[in-house]
Design a protein. Structure first.
Lengths: 68, 420
């Protein structure tokens, strides 16, 4: 998959979690990229974001969440 | 006609173009010819205890047919007695009272030596002093020049000694052969400097002769590092000027030096915070008369911009120079190829395919070879437009980002609040 398609897919996953009512609980980054822990009530999921464009996109979404 | 006069730390000059302390300002004959040609000021070749030079002193680096892209020298300060220079300064100042004459000085780091030379030089009516803490070769081996200029405490102390007796403005000329030039610039200011100038030359070896295996230049089969200057060093100098200009502790005027070859270079240095500029290599390459075009070009530029005085240019771009962490991560430009202008040399495709992000496709349309950028994969690196030999064939165009501006620093601050 091209970087562009991969980043589009990762952005779609970020949107998907947020649209389903998940909130960002934790964010950490390491050599493997960015890891985002989403939570909704008792449910928790971890999304690994690999691409640079999606990591930028996620930060913008995180900013929106903090401004709500 | 715009007003090209400058007031540099109290030193007045009919225009911002000064000859730098170097071979072109070795004698009264030369400086007077320079003033006749139109130069606004001259920093006299460094005065100190007369030295001995070697034969074979200069070398140049040519690149792709451009001669003197860079210039290397191993010449030292003046080899003439102080009294000879002072007499010629006196005569030159008498003949050109409205031009700026700055005496470049270099002595051993001792208080009485600085006092002695400052008093003697000021007695003949110079408009200012430039302390040479930058010369990288020869004199540095004797503890002067760059050897002093690389130690902030020595810069501060010697500036202070000069200021103890100076009645004219003291400019401190800084070496680029240091990790962070703002450290020595701040030291100069702490020592009382009225201004700083930068850059002196960069440690260099111009080349090695592949037949004889001698250095270029060589002196009877041996070489030593010299000082590099000319167009090749301009970006290094411009950055150092800008870093000092945006440093709140370097709150004195800056004289920009380093590869300035035309009025455009001068305007760039002034926009980045220099109040005036000094030129050497371009004059050595083309002669004093280049200043005519430099004056005309700057005049026309200011008129076209509707700017009345060249002093109004000073520092106008400084606030646009920032840290990487304060740049917008979401700003986006992409390459756009104009196939009507493109000559299908394919340099852009090769550069992108081999060394960047593989986003320029080759295709055929009605039998004609074409190139197209896949915008979604273009990171806006500019490489294709840099290697393209045809003006207007590749443009970098802005694309509206769908996400809000955010800098790296803002992002890290935001993410850190979601850390465990």
């Amino acid at each position: 998959m091209s970087d562009h398609l991969l980043s589009m897919d990762e952005m779609r996953q970020v949107d998907d979690y947020l649209e389903r009512g998940f909130k960002v609980h934790y964010v950490y980054e390491n050599l493997s990229g960015m890891f985002v822990e989403f939570g909704r009530q008792e449910e928790e999921v971890c999304l690994q974001i690999l691409t640079a464009d999606a990591r930028k996109y996620f930060a913008a979404k995180l900013q929106e969440q903090t401004q709500l | 006609m715009a007003d090209l006069r400058i007031d540099f730390a109290g030193i007045k000059s009919p225009n911002p173009y000064w000859l730098a302390s170097a071979p072109p300002t070795n004698s009264g004959y030369q400086v007077q010819r320079a003033f006749e040609a139109g130069w606004g000021g001259a920093v006299w070749k460094t005065l100190g205890e007369p030295i001995l030079n070697v034969s074979s002193r200069f070398a140049a680096v040519s690149f792709n047919g451009q001669r003197v892209a860079g210039f290397n020298n191993i010449e030292l300060i003046t080899d003439r007695p102080l009294e000879v220079n002072l007499q010629e300064i006196l005569e030159t100042k008498k003949r050109f009272p409205n031009h700026a004459i700055i005496a470049s000085l270099m002595v051993e780091p001792q208080q009485e030596k600085w006092h002695e030379i400052v008093k003697k030089v000021e007695a003949v009516g110079v408009d200012g002093l430039e302390l040479n803490f930058g010369c990288p070769h020869g004199m540095a081996e004797r503890g002067m020049g760059a050897a002093s200029g690389q130690v902030p405490d020595l810069v501060e102390k010697q500036t202070h000694w000069a200021k103890e007796v100076a009645r004219t403005p003291v400019i401190v000329k800084l070496t680029p052969n240091i990790t962070d030039i703002t450290m020595t610039a701040e030291a100069a200011v702490r020592g009382g400097a009225d201004a700083v100038s930068m850059i002196n030359t960069i440690n260099s070896l111009a080349g090695v002769d592949l037949d004889s295996w001698n250095t270029v230049p060589h002196v009877a089969g041996k070489g030593a590092h010299g000082g590099y200057c000319g167009p090749a060093v301009k970006p290094i100098a411009l950055n150092m000027v800008a870093e000092c200009a945006r440093n709140p502790f370097v709150n004195v005027p800056i004289s920009g030096i380093g590869g300035i070859s035309n009025w455009q270079d001068a305007a760039e240095f002034m926009l980045m915070g220099a109040t005036g500029v000094q030129v050497c290599t371009a004059a050595m390459h083309h002669g004093f008369s280049i200043v005519e075009d430099m004056i005309d070009g700057l005049n026309n530029y200011l008129d076209e911009k509707g700017i009345a005085s060249v002093m109004d240019l000073v520092g106008k771009s400084v606030q646009r120079y920032s840290n990487w962490g304060d740049l917008d991560l979401n700003y986006k430009v992409v390459a756009e190829i104009n196939n009507d202008v493109c000559i299908n040399c394919n340099k852009c495709h090769i550069a992108c395919e081999d060394t960047s992000h593989q986003c320029i496709d080759m295709y055929t349309e009605s039998g004609r070879p074409m190139l197209k950028v896949r915008e979604q994969d273009c990171v806006g690196c500019n490489l294709c437009s840099i290697v393209c030999p045809v003006d207007g064939a590749i443009s970098m165009v802005e694309r509206m980002s769908t996400i809000a501006p955010m800098t790296w620093n803002e992002r890290q601050s935001l993410i850190s609040s979601f850390d465990r």
